[in-house]
Each structure stands twice: as structure tokens, then as C-alpha cells.
Design a binder for this molecule. Structure first.
Ligand SMILES: NC(=O)c1ccc[n+]([C@@H]2O[C@H](COP(=O)([O-])OP(=O)(O)OC[C@H]3O[C@@H](n4cnc5c(N)ncnc54)[C@H](OP(=O)(O)O)[C@@H]3O)[C@@H](O)[C@H]2O)c1
Length: 327
């Protein structure tokens, strides 16, 4: 079976992508072949597309860590041809060719059925970024944040941040959004942020061991000093979900937020999460946590992926980018 894909190749240390015809190998036992209707652009895909070490295992490679589509061929008892499904994470788009191709072949254990009342397009409007935002919110809600103080979200206009702002606001939490794009204040307010905080202003004062405890919880999508500061501002027994590193891998903290306020720092790794946890989040997105992301996601074709990759690497992307295969 031939299929079209955005293939990233390396030549003399320079990585570049182009659309190529590839051939799908015969199906292996326990696998499914999915006809991908939609994939989405995540930060990790942009890293894989530009040859950053530690993401794609080898090149030539097809990025794309998430897909929504229908089963074309199945060697599994759990899925049959024609069934609509979602797959995110594990080795998809890391060492297994991903959703920037019209077909993927993956183990059935990575796949969840598309929830009823949920479209394939809707699924990839959330995509891995949305799933990660959902995982962050689920984990801070498990810690029963008070409604007394707002929840703080960093990287608010990004893929993860924008879904987190939308979701928390839909769940009636007051949301304060940290952003480097003050010109996007209106869109952040439309997503549900009651206050938009300039990233530079947030970081203007040095990080203290303990600051005023004015937030009930935090969703940090950027790491670095912003995470350090966030930790110092969370009220007693609140929590921070940490999932990203665009602002830096390292952060510093004293022990005081933990031993004097009892706060929790919760790590989120959506890619390797248990498949049942992923299913739980998708089911929530198709029911109690349903969100209309139409105004915060754009649908592009494979031909336009290059520009969008540059934009996400520059931190200039807003909301979600969905890749549509076929007409
Ligand atoms: N752990 C997991 O399971 C998981 C899953 C998905 C993603 N991630 C990680 O989460 C992070 C965000 O992913 P994403 O898909 O939301 O990416 P994204 O769409 O590019 O959003 C990142 C946002 O962070 C802000 N930002 C960019 N550069 C920054 C800097 N130098 N300092 C502070 N803020 C900066 C920008 O928003 P503003 O301009 O609004 O500030 C940007 O839009 C990435 O590190 C990604 O690898 C982790």
C-alpha cells in the first residue's frame, strides 16, 4: 500500500522535510493499520522535524505523535476494519512513523476507540496537547483545589496552555493566564482567562523562597524560572502540574512551599500514560469536559506544515494546528 507522508531526512547534518510516497509494510501480529484522517502539530513534532536529538530515534523519519482515523486493517481482536479510533504517544512519532503520514501501523495497545458524539476532527483539535492539558487538570482536581484563589496557567496561548485555560474556565475556576503575547489578551479572555499576565512582569521580581500565596493551583507548560516562581505562590495544600520545558529544563525551589504549605508538584507525561487514563480523559472531553475549540484551532494540509513548524519553534503559535489528510 502506497501512502503520502511528510518525510524528514538528514543530509550533512541539515534536516529538511518534504512530501514523499512511501510504502506500508505488511501488517504484523497484534498491530492495526490506521488510515489517518487528522493528525496535529505538537511541540515534540516540531523538534522531531528539525532533527533535535532525543526525539526521533533515527532518520529518515515521519513525525506526528497523534492520529485520529479509521482502522484499515487489523490483526487484533479488539479492533475491526472501519472502526474510528484515536492514538497518541508511546513510540508513535518517536521511533514509529507517525501521523504526518496518511497511514500508520501501530500496536493495538496504543489505540482507543473514538468516543461516541466526538468527531475525528474534534479529537485532533485537542490532540496530544489537549490530552496533556486534560491530564494536568485531572491531576490538580484530584488534589481538590479551593475556589478561593485563581488557577495560574503558563504558556497560555500555546497548545497545552490554551486548552487548559478553556477547560478550567469551563469548570468554573477563575483562571489567570501568563503569556509572552500581550497582543493576544482578547483571545485569552475569550478562552476564559479573567486576568492576563505579561510573562516579563511576572518574572520582574526575583523568585522568593515563599511569595504571597495567591493561587490555588497551577498548570505549568514551560518550566524554568516560571515554574520556580509559580511554586512559591501556591496556597496551602494546592498543587502545580508540570508538563513542559520551552522556558528551560531547570528550575529552583526551596523546600518551603512543600514543608510549610504542603503543596504538591505533579509531573505529567501524557505520552507514556496508561491507556485507560488516556481513555478516561477522551471520554471526559466527549462529555462533561466538552469544549468548542473551533476558534482556537486551524486546519491545514500537509503541504503547509513547514511554516507551522517554524512558528511553534519560535513560540509564536496560538492554540492548535490540525493536519488534515486527503480532500
Ligand atoms: N509532558 C507531556 O506529556 C507533554 C505533552 C505535550 C507537550 N508537552 C510539552 O509542553 C510544552 C508546551 O507544549 P505546546 O504543545 O503547548 O507548545 P506550544 O504550542 O509551542 O506552546 C508553548 C507556549 O509557551 C510559551 N513560550 C514559548 N517560549 C517561551 C519561553 N521562552 N518562555 C516562556 N514561555 C514560552 C508560548 O506561549 P505564550 O506566548 O502564551 O507565553 C508558547 O505558545 C512543550 O515543552 C512540550 O514539549 C509535554
Amino acid at each position: 500500500m502506497d501512502y503520502k507522508a511528510y518525510l524528514v531526512e538528514e543530509l550533512d547534518g541539515v534536516y529538511s522535510g518534504s512530501i514523499k510516497e512511501l510504502q506500508m509494510r505488511d501488517i504484523e501480529p497484534g498491530n492495526v493499520i490506521i488510515k489517518v484522517h487528522y493528525s496535529s502539530l505538537n511541540y515534540k513534532d516540531a523538534l522531531a522535524a528539525s532533527g533535535v536529538k532525543g526525539v526521533a530515534s533515527s532518520y529518515p523519519f515521519v513525525p506526528g505523535i497523534d492520529v485520529a482515523g479509521e482502522i484499515l486493517e487489523s490483526s487484533s481482536n479488539n479492533f475491526k476494519a472501519g472502526e474510528k479510533v484515536i492514538a497518541t504517544g508511546y513510540k508513535l512519532g518517536m521511533s514509529v512513523f507517525g501521523g504526518f503520514g496518511e497511514l500508520v501501523q501501530i500496536p493495538q495497545e496504543w489505540v482507543v476507540p473514538l468516543p461516541s458524539d466526538f468527531s475525528l476532527l474534534n479529537a485532533m483539535s485537542f490532540g496530544t496537547a489537549g490530552l496533556t492539558a486534560g491530564a494536568c487538570v485531572k491531576k490538580i482536581l484530584n488534589n481538590n483545589p479551593s475556589f478561593k484563589n485563581p488557577v495560574l496557567v503558563s504558556g497560555a496561548t500555546g497548545g497545552v496552555g490554551s486548552v487548559a485555560v478553556n477547560l478550567l474556565s469551563n469548570l468554573n475556576y477563575e483562571v489567570h493566564a501568563i503569556t509572552g503575547k500581550l497582543n493576544e489578551e482578547l483571545i485569552l479572555k475569550k478562552m476564559g482567562a479573567s486576568k492576563v499576565i505579561d510573562r516579563n512582569e511576572f518574572m520582574a521580581e526575583p523568585v522568593k523562597a515563599l511569595d504571597k500565596a495567591i493561587y490555588s493551583a497551577g498548570v505549568d507548560t514551560v518550566g524554568g524560572d516560571i515554574l520556580s516562581k509559580m511554586l512559591s505562590m501556591i496556597e496551602s495544600h494546592g498543587s502545580v502540574a508540570c508538563c513542559g520545558n520551552v522556558a528551560g529544563m531547570k528550575f529552583t525551589s526551596s523546600v518551603f512551599p512543600f514543608i510549610l504549605r504542603g503543596i504538591s508538584l505533579i509531573g505529567v507525561d501524557s505520552a507514556e500514560s496508561d491507556i485507560n487514563f488516556k481513555k478516561e480523559i477522551w471520554d471526559l472531553f466527549s462529555s462533561d469536559w466538552s469544549l468548542n475549540l473551533d476558534d482556537y484551532s486551524k486546519v491545514i494540509s500537509l503541504e503547509d506544515i513547514g511554516d507551522e513548524i517554524t512558528k511553534i519553534l519560535d513560540g509564536k503559535q496560538i492554540g492548535r494546528v490540525v493536519i488534515k489528510h486527503g480532500d
